[in-house]
Design a protein around this ligand. Structure first.
Ligand code: ZN
Length: 180
């Protein structure tokens, strides 16, 4: 029975990750659909939603775990693209409720920070060799799907590779050592 459960979990994990990826990639821009938030709001363009999901996943587990990995990767890739706008003005800037848009330097640092933290949150949920494979494939999959909708791709690739290398040397591999 336990083996059946494990097999089922192995089969559904990539499905939940893909669903999470598709939700996460567009989620930060829901600020555009509200009357309350200015675009690139610090509330949706932040690790807040992935963090809430991570905490829920750690409590509930199962499908939510894989879904949270997908959403967090989606957020990281979204922000990697937001890090390279055509210019640092207007909607490219991070906005704070009741304050307005923040200066370009703050916006850049905030978006870079969010990219790294969201990739980190996804890495925190990774357990085992197969999860690590899904983690890397998740980045590649959603990145390839997003490129045609965005202009620049080189900068986002560099940002994501740097983030994943930093995390591979810390979170991902350290966990691999404790598993061994
Ligand atoms: Zn955005």
């Amino acid at each position: 029975m336990q083996t059946m459960g494990k097999l089922l979990l192995t089969l559904v994990t990539p499905v939940f990750i893909v669903v999470g990826l598709h939700c996460g990639i567009g989620m930060p821009d829901i600020d555009q659909r509200t009357d309350l938030l200015l675009h690139r709001s610090i509330i949706t363009h932040s690790p807040l939603i992935p963090l809430i999901l991570l905490l829920l996943a750690l409590r509930i587990g199962f499908g939510l775990h894989a879904f949270a990995i997908g959403v967090s990767i989606g957020f990281a890739v979204h922000h990697a693209f937001d890090l390279f706008p055509t210019g640092w003005a207007g909607y490219a800037l991070i906005s704070i409720p009741f304050y307005g848009w923040t200066p370009p330097l703050f916006s850049w640092i905030w978006i870079a920070f969010t990219t790294l933290i969201c990739a980190y949150l996804a890495a925190r949920l990774v357990r085992g060799r197969l999860d690590r494979l899904w983690y890397l494939l998740g980045f590649i999959y959603i990145f390839i799907l997003t490129v045609p909708k965005e202009g620049a791709w080189f900068g986002p690739v560099v940002a994501l590779v740097v983030a994943v290398i930093v995390l591979a040397r810390t979170v991902l591999f350290r966990r691999a050592q404790t598993e061994a």
